[in-house]
Design a protein. Structure first.
Length: 591
């Protein structure tokens, strides 16, 4: 909070707040909006919370569309745009599947446009290596280049043990419970690795709900292994059981009572889970994982949405017992990770639910019951790291599922239609820590797979389709890649640039688009980091270029040789001498 308030008081225009799923980004955003309204003074900046997945046109209509949601007229919106300053608190950048720079596309702080500071939150695991370009403001139109001094970044830290204890103490007091604070803390500290797991606030909440059932009947807690997906499994079962009893205690009409009786006969908890599995699948297949579903009955009664959100009694009862929230006509799972959990369960259910949902169809190694093109793994999952995380933990719990993933990879050797499923399968296995050292993977098709941190030493990958595969941080010593397709493959290292002279110095520009190199003959090479072609050769020194540095905005380059320091304009590449007669340490002192 202190960092954010300093940002609001300073000159920076965009602040990016990062954190893992469940770290508390949305909670922080809502708390910040509430705090800013409490401290609001007439005429001051207006705090505006924006749930990005709920906005249809965030690219250019970000502020206006949110104000329309709040009921402002077009005349009022024009007046606000003309006269007032805003603090935009943009939540869920990753959930909205955005890849654009919202600050720049909305022309914020440009003449005649919205006057605003922007705070954006995003899950850390969704960021590409060059992610800052999606958030940094452009400088003035003359240079049209991202400006680092207008940008700040912060990460939400995980809970400390003291914060966990404080949370547990407050949790115990909320309602009568059979466990005390000591009971919870004893279990959290005794079960191996559990305390580290619940440093994530949302996982702590789920764990406290599920922990009594997890340890029930177990005496040796030090031998229990609890992972993230098990916490979700236990919490979901408990939650649906509680909601079933809540529904039964309500005063219902005769028709509603009859439907409740029908659901109980069919298995209320099973029907509730099936309802959410189907909804999660529909959200991923029909709207590419964007979590907010907008449903208006007279408009959408013939669409896929009606199955879940129509006013029929059975749908209403199941919806009310599910992990869903509603704001007007918009529905969503109460937490993004719940959507991802249920979607992962369509691929591999929890162990005690497999008989009910027939995963043996999915795990049939002959692929006669479910064709590979209809297999749930045939949808792209590499861009959904949280879903992959859930499934990687299933691998460690379910040997049939693990073998099934191997079978899909093997199938891809002879069936091109299995390539997407195979890319997902090997991504999940690598995420689970499965080793492929020395493996015979000749001819596999895994385009786009994420094999980061994988172990493939001496693996046989001849004639394989490795298009756009990510091998960053992987062990690939003595791997045979003969005749493999490798367009766009990534190894986590930049290309080798061959030069004729000895290199003495080098530095990236702040936006990462250029790399400057100082040579021993006095020349300076400027390289485009996209193609690694030399785009400029600067000649202003007679001696070795001992050091170089781009200034903070990237508009100026300083270079140092044994006899002088030069300043270069990065737009025109004209130079001027600013210091003569010095040692190599002079530039470092100046910098």
């Amino acid at each position: 909070m202190d960092t954010t308030l300093d940002f609001l008081a300073g000159d920076s225009q965009v602040m990016l707040i990062l954190g893992d799923s469940g770290a508390g980004k949305s909670t922080f955003n809502q708390h910040l909006e509430n705090l800013l309204w409490k401290d609001y003074k007439t005429g001051g900046p207006i705090p505006l919370f924006i749930n990005l997945p709920a906005i249809e046109r965030p690219r250019k209509e970000l502020v206006a569309e949110q104000l329309r949601i709040h009921g402002f007229s077009e005349d009022e919106i024009r007046k606000l745009k003309q006269d007032r300053q805003f603090i935009l608190i943009c939540d869920g950048y990753d959930e909205s599947q955005l890849t654009i720079n919202l600050y720049n596309t909305n022309l914020l702080n440009q003449p005649g446009q919205w006057n605003a500071k922007m705070i954006v939150t995003c899950r850390t695991q969704y960021l590409a290596p060059n992610y800052r370009s999606r958030f940094m403001p452009l400088g003035d139109s003359h240079y049209d280049r991202p400006t680092l001094d207008l940008f700040q970044e912060a990460v939400i830290a995980p809970f400390s043990k003291a914060q966990i204890e404080d949370y547990v103490e407050r949790y115990v007091l909320l309602e009568p419970r059979t466990w005390t604070k000591k009971d919870y803390m004893d279990r959290l500290t005794t079960i191996p690795n559990l305390l580290d797991l619940v440093k994530n606030p949302f996982l702590l909440f789920l764990c406290l709900k599920a922990l009594p059932s997890v340890v029930q009947g177990k005496t040796d807690l030090s031998g229990i292994h609890v992972n993230r997906v098990q916490i979700y499994d236990n919490f979901v079962e408990q939650w649906l059981g509680v909601n079933k009893r809540r529904v039964e205690r309500q005063i219902l009409s005769d028709d509603a009572l009859a439907v409740v009786g029908e659901l109980n006969e069919e298995g209320f908890e099973m029907k509730g889970i099936k309802f959410q599995l189907d909804l999660a699948t529909a959200i991923f297949t029909e709207q590419e994982g964007i979590p907010v579903v907008d449903y208006i009955h007279h408009r959408d009664k013939s669409s896929w949405k009606a199955k879940f959100f129509c006013p029929r009694l059975k749908s209403t009862l199941l919806r009310n017992a599910s992990f869903l929230s509603r704001a007007g006509t918009q529905y969503r799972f109460v937490h993004r990770s719940m959507l991802e959990y249920f979607y992962s369960c369509t691929i591999c259910p929890s162990v005690n639910k497999q008989d009910e949902f027939g995963p043996q169809d999915h795990f049939d190694s002959t692929f006669t019951k479910v064709s590979i093109s209809d297999h749930p793994l045939s949808r792209t999952l590499v861009a959904e790291p949280s879903v992959v995380h859930f499934l990687s933990e299933r691998v460690l719990m379910n040997l049939d599922f693990k073998q099934h993933l191997y079978d899909i990879i093997e199938l891809s050797k002879t069936n091109a239609q299995a390539s997407q499923a195979a890319a997902n399968a090997i991504t999940i296995l690598v995420r689970a820590g499965v080793l492929f050292n020395g493996a015979d993977l000749r001819g596999i098709r895994i385009p786009g797979a994420n094999l980061t941190d994988g172990q493939f030493d001496s693996a046989q990958l001849q004639c394989s389709d490795l298009t756009e595969v990510n091998f960053a941080n992987s062990w690939i010593r003595n791997v045979d890649l003969s005749n493999a397709r490798m367009e766009g493959v990534r190894f986590g290292e930049l290309p080798f640039v061959d030069v004729d002279c000895e290199v003495w110095s080098g530095a990236y520009s702040p936006d990462g688009k250029m790399f400057g190199v100082g040579f021993d003959d006095g020349d300076i090479g400027i390289y485009d980091t996209t193609s690694w072609n030399r785009i400029h050769t600067l000649q202003g020194h007679r001696d070795t270029v001992t050091a170089l540095a781009f200034l903070g905005t990237g508009r100026q380059l300083l270079t140092s040789s044994w006899d002088k320091i030069c300043s270069w304009d990065c737009e025109t590449w004209q130079s001027r001498v600013i210091v003569t007669g010095h040692t190599t340490s002079s530039l470092l002192t100046l910098w």
